[in-house]
Design a protein around this ligand. Structure first.
Ligand SMILES: [Zn+2]
Length: 306
């Protein structure tokens, strides 16, 4: 969904709630506690004198009161739903990601709120982990802060985080953080994420790949030598390299630096967006749906994560 449509269609709390209701109860309202469809609406104003669409179960022994946000990530938030919806649209639309600072300015909220909001939305951008198949490109990249030479030695590759990118041509992209680029870390990652039925695996000439792939993917590996050419016919790693360049521009240009404890969430965000790059509407709806069904992610948990 485009930002402009989100701003127009969800300009009031009521419109957002009505939408969440439709998403949560596609075949009609039902009590969240006992499942009864004998439910009536109560127009009530809450502490902040906002009208909420509150419902009550009419079963004598239940009488449960609920709204579309009960038990969801949206329930205890002080943030109006319009701002949640706009934040989701902004994150979905930003190909290279959006920083908490930008979000703060766009939505007129505190930095801390924007940061927490972005991480909660990011954590809902999670794809499945089915093994990739067909034609799969694999590449690795190193992510970490660079230290200017005059201020000491450049951070060596060993100290940086290795991200393995795998993409099924015409299918999904997946990023996985590896401890290093050695066979012992690479091989289990490739075997866990690529189907044994894969047709071909394409990599560059990095000497680790023949070793890491020889056991499970013997005879299915093709290499492109980048010194000679960027691709010969079908043999190239352009798709995964494009994904990496988008990721790097995001990490460097938008977020400046990302601490390793949050890196996996940023990777998921990029994957999720990349995998729906031609489906703006799905991207927004799936993120919203995952937020509605997902677990809460407390600020304390986020800042304490190891
Ligand atoms: Zn009930």
């Amino acid at each position: 969904m485009k930002l402009i449509d989100v701003a127009k269609d969800f300009s009031t709390e009521d419109a957002c709630l009505a939408y969440l209701e439709k998403m949560r109860w596609p075949s009609g309202l039902a009590c969240l506690k006992c499942g009864s469809v004998r439910v009536s609406a109560i127009a009530t104003k809450d502490k902040r004198s906002k009208t909420r669409r509150i419902y009550q179960c009419l079963e004598q022994e239940c009488r449960h009161q609920f709204t579309a946000t009960t038990g969801t990530i949206f329930h205890d938030t002080h943030l109006p739903l319009q701002k949640w919806f706009l934040a989701i649209a902004l994150i979905c639309e930003a190909k290279k990601g959006i920083s908490a600072n930008q979000l703060k300015r766009h939505l007129g909220i505190q930095y801390r709120t924007a940061w927490h909001l972005a991480h909660r939305i990011r954590s809902a951008m999670l794809d499945g982990t089915n093994p990739l198949t067909g034609k799969v490109e694999v590449d690795e990249t190193y992510i970490g802060a660079k230290v200017p030479r005059r201020h000491g030695p450049r951070k060596s590759r060993k100290e940086k985080d290795v991200v393995i990118g795998m993409v099924e041509r015409g299918g999904k992209l997946r990023f996985v953080i590896a401890a290093n680029a050695k066979r012992a870390s690479l091989q289990p990652i490739l075997e866990a994420n690529i189907s044994r039925a894969v047709q071909t695996i394409y990599t560059d000439e990095h000497p680790i790949y023949p070793w890491a792939l020889m056991q499970e993917f013997k005879g299915k590996h093709k290499t492109i030598c980048h010194k000679a050419s960027y691709g010969i016919g079908d043999t190239h790693t352009n798709t995964v390299e494009n994904a990496f360049s988008l990721l790097k521009r995001g990490l460097i240009g938008t977020f400046h630096k990302v601490s390793i404890k949050h890196l996996s969430r940023y990777l998921h965000e990029f994957e999720f967006r990349f995998n729906r790059r031609d489906e703006q509407e799905m991207l927004f709806l799936e993120t919203l749906r995952n937020l509605l069904c997902g677990k809460k992610l407390a600020y304390k948990t986020l800042t304490a994560e190891a």
